[in-house]
Design a protein around this ligand. Structure first.
Ligand code: FAD
Length: 459
């Protein structure tokens, strides 16, 4: 039998400052879900906003004593329902733990609390000549804790890699309130199993990240962007393959299809070329970006680009990146609702993937816009639909599943960076198989024997 919300709140208040425990249903309802469609969300019993490690420990000890599930949350920009509340749970929002505790230019690390917003960290390290590369398009809202929870990626990952490559060490409050320290703050270190890496992408199901040691890089020179227009998505994908095959290392390599371009123009009046079938954005932050762009521009032309336009300056480059970052938001405005997929395939199969997505859109009679971290083979086919139309909603869900099946058939993964959450739970077993599921369940059991942490997510 679940503990009564009043009792849970009273026990929590005993170890938390005034104002840290929210019970007003109108307020707690605002913490019920993240930004994914088609994911069930329950009603939390309480929302807590701790400000210290000790306070998080108190929350977990209370939850364990009362056997109440806990759902950790960052900024709730997630796209898989991984931060959705379950009925009667404690929502543990880490937003108030938002201090940057240390920036060390010598060690090239930052030590941060989980509620630090991704962009805030980037801005804070810039004066030291450093950067924190993982840059989800939601970087102005999403938090480092959420980035670690989902192992998030972003635009510059094609050159600099994803969140997992930047998390050196973690402090984690376990389900029973114990504090675990993993990893290191040294440049190297291989002591024991890599528990740090295990927590990255664990979607709040193994413990609460309360502190992270993050690797920083020397800030590269500003990047210059080139836009290449193509009469078909297939030709744009050929260009991607040629760029990678010739050994170029762009700092981003992104694709927007016609639906996406038109959606961005409609939302932000950016004047993108909206009759073109595919727009490829390539950027270099090398010492001579203009020379690299010229070489890549030639490869685009050879692959059939109808127009190749290098940005004149930083301002124009920034505008193109802004357009790309707006893609998912713009597609949402097309029909009011979206299901954003996140299938990643080997780069060499990107063209086949995009062709297959077009076939799926036709079969299900739906608008599916595609933007992609093309250099990573990571597509975001975005099904645009009217949630008030039951038939269209059913077709949207079916097409979403068909896209994942296609990705797996092409040797890909159901999620490149958004995570499994609730949305893709049924699909995880198809990807990792029964032995993988059994071992992953064993790991969950070890860390969370009472199954209190983010129940119903991932597995
Ligand atoms: C417009 C838009 C663009 C996006 N672009 C990208 C993109 O380019 N790349 C990308 O990877 N994602 C992208 N996303 C998805 C999303 O922003 C990322 O998944 C992000 O990492 C989520 O961070 P958050 O703070 O919002 O976390 P939340 O959504 O609140 O939580 C995400 C997960 O992390 C867990 N969690 C949060 N904090 C902690 C903690 N302290 N300890 C343990 N677990 C925790 C939660 O339980 C949940 O499972 C985009 C989303 C939107 C809306």
């Amino acid at each position: 039998m679940n503990a009564a919300p009043d009792h849970i709140a009273a026990q929590l208040r005993a170890g938390l400052p005034a104002g840290a425990v929210l019970t007003d249903p109108d307020v707690t309802a605002a913490y019920a879900h993240d930004m994914a469609s088609f994911c069930p969300a329950g009603i939390p019993a309480v929302v807590v906003l701790p400000r210290s490690v000790e306070q998080v420990q108190h929350v977990m000890r209370t939850a364990t004593a009362l056997r109440v599930p806990v759902v950790p949350q960052g900024a709730r920009t997630g796209l898989s329902g991984a931060a959705n509340a379950s009925d009667g749970c404690i929502v543990l929002s880490l937003l108030k733990m938002d201090r940057i505790l240390e920036i060390s230019p010598v060690d090239r690390i930052a030590v941060v609390e989980p509620g630090v917003v991704n962009a805030a960290l980037s801005h804070a390290v810039a004066p030291h000549g450093l950067c924190y590369p993982p840059d989800p398009s939601s970087w102005e809202q999403c938090t480092i804790g959420g980035n670690i929870g989902t192992a998030s990626g972003g635009l510059c990952c094609v050159k600099y890699g994803v969140t997992a490559e930047y998390v050196l060490g973690l402090d984690v409050v376990l389900a029973d309130g114990r504090l675990l320290k993993t990893g290191r703050r040294t440049a190297k270190g291989v002591a024991g199993y890599d528990l740090t890496r295990l927590f990255v992408g664990s979607e709040g199901s193994l413990g609460i990240v309360v502190r992270a040691v993050l690797a920083l890089k020397p800030a590269p020179p500003p990047q210059l962007v080139l836009a290449a227009e193509f009469a078909s998505a297939a030709a744009a994908c050929d260009a991607v393959c040629a760029i990678m095959e010739r050994g170029h290392v762009p700092s981003l390599l992104e694709l927007m299809d016609r639906t996406t371009i038109q959606a961005v123009n409609a939302l932000a009046h950016m004047g993108l070329p909206d009759t073109t079938e595919a727009l490829l954005l390539a950027a270099f932050d090398t010492p001579d970006p203009a020379a690299d762009l010229a070489a890549v521009g030639a490869l685009c032309t050879a692959a059939g680009a109808t127009e190749v336009v290098p940005a004149d300056d930083q301002a124009e480059s920034e505008l193109l990146l802004k357009a790309r970052r707006l893609s998912l938001t713009a597609l949402e405005a097309v029909k009011g609702s979206t299901m954003i997929d996140d299938v990643c395939v080997p780069r060499s199969r990107l063209g086949t993937m995009l062709e297959g997505i077009a076939d799926i859109a036709e079969k299900y009679d739906l608008t599916i816009g595609v933007c992609a971290h093309a250099g990573d083979g990571n597509t975001h086919p975005t099904v645009c639909f009217d949630a008030a139309d039951p038939d269209e909603s059913r077709r949207a869900r079916e097409s979403f599943d068909a896209i994942m099946a296609l990705g797996l058939a092409l040797g890909g993964t159901i999620t490149g960076e958004h995570g499994v959450g609730v949305l893709k739970k049924e699909w995880l077993a198809r990807e990792i198989g029964p032995v993988g599921v059994e071992l992953q369940r064993g790991i969950k059991q070890t860390f969370d024997p009472l199954h209190l942490l983010n129940p119903g997510k991932v597995l």
